[in-house]
Design a binder for this molecule. Structure first.
Ligand code: ATP
Length: 652
């Protein structure tokens, strides 16, 4: 049972700004001193970038609700798009003037009876001018589309990330982390290529085909009509097949890479368990299968390309052979000039070139489109828990929690909480105890509104949680998960995550209060000691104490605390118990107690079983009533190492 990360003690953490070493707020690990001067120099020469325009709220703004399409992404920059379009037109037209100039040079400058060297020279000069125009237009087009791509990518990354922040816990439980990562990295990268180069090339080639078709018809209508009848139907059929096959192929490729990354990330995260259970061999086999599926998807797209590319080339050559015979016959009968036939063939060659390039670009387009579809699915995923449009700010609370006929199922058909009734008075601590899978953590998740009830209500100070803003709710709630999450950064940063504006003194006060003072003092740089991602460099007891200090710093009115099940040594356990005492004082708290020794400290104990609360009362009352808790307690007394001290608690 893990509650996702980074939520210990409030939710208000803002990321630290660059150039502000080790400022409160995460994730940011500070700049190593030897690099600081280089960073300062770089920052001094950096242009000012406006803060990105990020829309973030829990119910989604109008802008956010629009469907993600390539067109919508691009039209946000209409001027750049128009400029790129104009340059594409210039390139497509200017590059096609050559054969026409050649035709004029042959017919009016070199043919018998029409020998005019001046015409040849003028045509050659014009050819040169158009080549220079084409080259210049290409240079600016690459620059403009490069910029356009950079902005669109930037928007997309921010939009996708902001959306991930909105999504509910359920999404992250269902979706593999690796798949989400691949959407955010490989899918977005994939679009980069399409935006930077692919789309403009696609437009240039398509436009070139149109320009050439027009020129072919103006050069000779009969030959052009024969070309269209001979080649175009076969080309259309082949292209329709290619479109369908490559769409399917690239969809499989996107899923394939997402699965490879998901498998990789799972193996990396679970490396300890994998090693401990000798599952390396099994993992390699599994990964080989996943990679194999990815390879098959790539092979399929390669096959589709291999059929379509050379196939269209063959069509072109066949068409040319037939046209050579027909055109030659027309020249012999003086119904067509040699210059026109040469120009026709030059254009015909150019007519097939864009088709080949279109195929390549269409691949890029397909890949990009597959990525857009995947990203659209991600961005269209609505959070399960949303904020009501008329949600009010939760005023400062006393801390009364009420479960009113509360029922909940992760899958609505299977309730894991059934008709629970409970009232926790302000300042009281209630411990949930019960067998594993009984629904204790689920009840806690309903208090923090990670999920909404299937039926009934959760009320804090009389306010239904669904009617208040998430921000105002969570800023007054503290959560200490069973496995506290620490970000890569200093211990101070990790503590200040719950309260970004906390002063060093406040942080140190919280550290002392939970009994972490001597541990921090012993660390090489005190609060500035850097911990690695997920706090791997600390012991589990230290991580728990940091999570408690984090919650203490936020000073929430209501605290939801999932007791760690890991076995701690007696000294750490005593420390944590003392820290808990400090933390729970004057606060409403829900404590998921895995140890009865912790449960006993609570004002009330609620026994949860099969999604229902079957007993509530103080430790003494429950023991005296001889019910389920009394049974659990008796078993615990018999088995506990502390059995000899146990009678002291009896009748507390
Ligand atoms: P433990 O003491 O072992 O932590 P618990 O009493 O906290 O157990 P819960 O985690 O609340 O139990 O789980 C209650 C039931 O809900 C269990 O049957 C569990 O399998 C199921 N469950 C928990 N999380 C999910 C989820 N994300 N999706 C579907 N079912 C879930």
């Amino acid at each position: 049972m893990t509650w996702g990360g980074g939520m210990g003690g409030g939710f208000g953490g803002a990321p630290g700004g660059f150039g502000r070493p080790a400022a409160p707020g995460l994730p940011f690990a500070g700049i190593p001193s030897e690099l600081q001067s280089g960073v300062d120099r770089l920052l001094a020469s950096e242009p000012e970038h406006a803060a990105p325009d990020v829309v973030f709220n829990q119910n989604g703004s109008e802008a956010d609700l629009k469907r993600l399409t390539l067109w919508r992404l691009l039209t946000k920059y209409p001027w750049m798009l128009a400029l790129a379009g104009a340059l594409v037109v210039v390139i497509s037209v200017a590059a096609q003037t050559g054969p026409k100039l050649t035709e004029i040079a042959i017919n009016d400058g070199m043919s018998p009876g029409h020998e005019h060297f001046a015409v040849v020279v003028v045509m050659a000069a014009a050819y040169l001018v158009f080549i220079v125009i084409t080259a210049l237009a290409q240079r600016y087009q690459v620059q403009v589309t490069g910029r356009l791509a950079a902005w669109v990518m930037n928007d997309l990354r921010v939009k996708a990330f902001a959306h991930l922040q909105r999504l509910s816990l359920g999404f992250f439980t269902e979706e593999k982390a690796g798949v989400v990562m691949s959407r955010m990295t490989s899918d977005i990268e994939n679009l980069q290529q399409l935006l930077q180069d692919g789309l403009s090339q696609l437009a240039i080639q398509a436009l070139t085909m149109v320009v050439i078709t027009v020129i072919l018809f103006t050069t000779d209508v009969r030959l052009a009509a024969i070309t269209v009848v001979l080649i175009v139907p076969a080309l259309v059929v082949a292209s329709l097949w290619f479109k369908r096959a490559s769409e399917r192929g690239y969809d499989q490729v996107r899923d394939g890479i997402a699965n490879v990354l998901a498998d990789l990330s799972e193996s990396l995260h679970g490396v300890r368990i994998v090693t401990a259970h000798n599952r390396q061999r099994h993992n390699v086999i599994h990964h080989r299968n996943v990679v194999g599926d990815y390879r098959d998807a790539n092979n399929y797209t390669a096959h589709v390309n291999a059929v379509y590319g050379p196939g269209t080339q063959l069509l072109g050559v066949l068409g040319q052979a037939v046209l050579l015979a027909i055109g030659g016959e027309m020249v012999l009968h003086h119904t067509l000039s040699i210059g026109a036939l040469v120009a026709f063939f030059l254009y015909l060659n150019r007519f097939f070139q864009p088709i080949q390039l279109l195929v390549q670009q269409y691949n890029t387009y397909q890949q990009g489109q597959a990525s857009v579809n995947k990203l659209r699915n991600l961005i269209d995923t609505e959070p399960e828990v949303t904020e009501a449009l008329d949600a009010i700010e939760l005023p400062p609370i006393e801390g009364e929690i009420v479960f009113d006929h509360l029922s909940f199922g992760y899958d609505p058909g299977r309730l894991v909480i059934e008709d629970v009734e409970l009232r926790v008075a302000p300042g009281e601590t209630v411990a949930f105890v019960g067998p594993t899978g009984a629904g204790k953590s689920t009840l806690a998740k309903l208090v923090t509104r990670f999920y909404d009830p299937t039926a009934g209500r959760v009320l804090i100070d009389g306010h239904d949680l669904r009617g208040v803003t998430m921000r105002s709710l969570r800023s007054q709630l503290g959560v200490v998960p069973q496995e506290p999450f620490l970000f890569a950064g200093t211990i101070g940063d990790n503590l200040a995550f719950a309260k970004p504006d906390a002063s060093d003194d406040e942080i140190y006060e919280a550290v002392k209060k939970v009994g972490l003072g001597d541990v921090v003092d012993r660390m090489p740089a005190g609060l500035d000691t850097v911990v690695h991602e997920r706090g791997q460099t600390l012991s589990s007891g230290e991580r728990q104490l940091i999570a408690l200090a984090r919650a203490f710093l936020a000073q929430p009115r209501v605290l939801v605390l999932d007791e760690a099940t890991s076995n701690l040594d007696l000294q750490s356990e005593t420390k944590i118990e003392a820290a808990l005492d400090a933390l729970l004082e004057n606060r409403t708290a829900i404590l998921i107690a895995h140890r009865l020794s912790t449960a006993m400290r609570a004002d009330h104990i609620a026994v949860v079983d099969h999604g229902r609360i079957i007993e509530v009362g103080s430790h003494a009352a429950l023991v005296a009533s001889g019910g389920r808790y009394a049974e659990m307690y008796a078993t615990w007394v018999r088995h506990s190492d502390l059995a000899e001290h146990a009678p002291a608690h009896d009748g507390d």
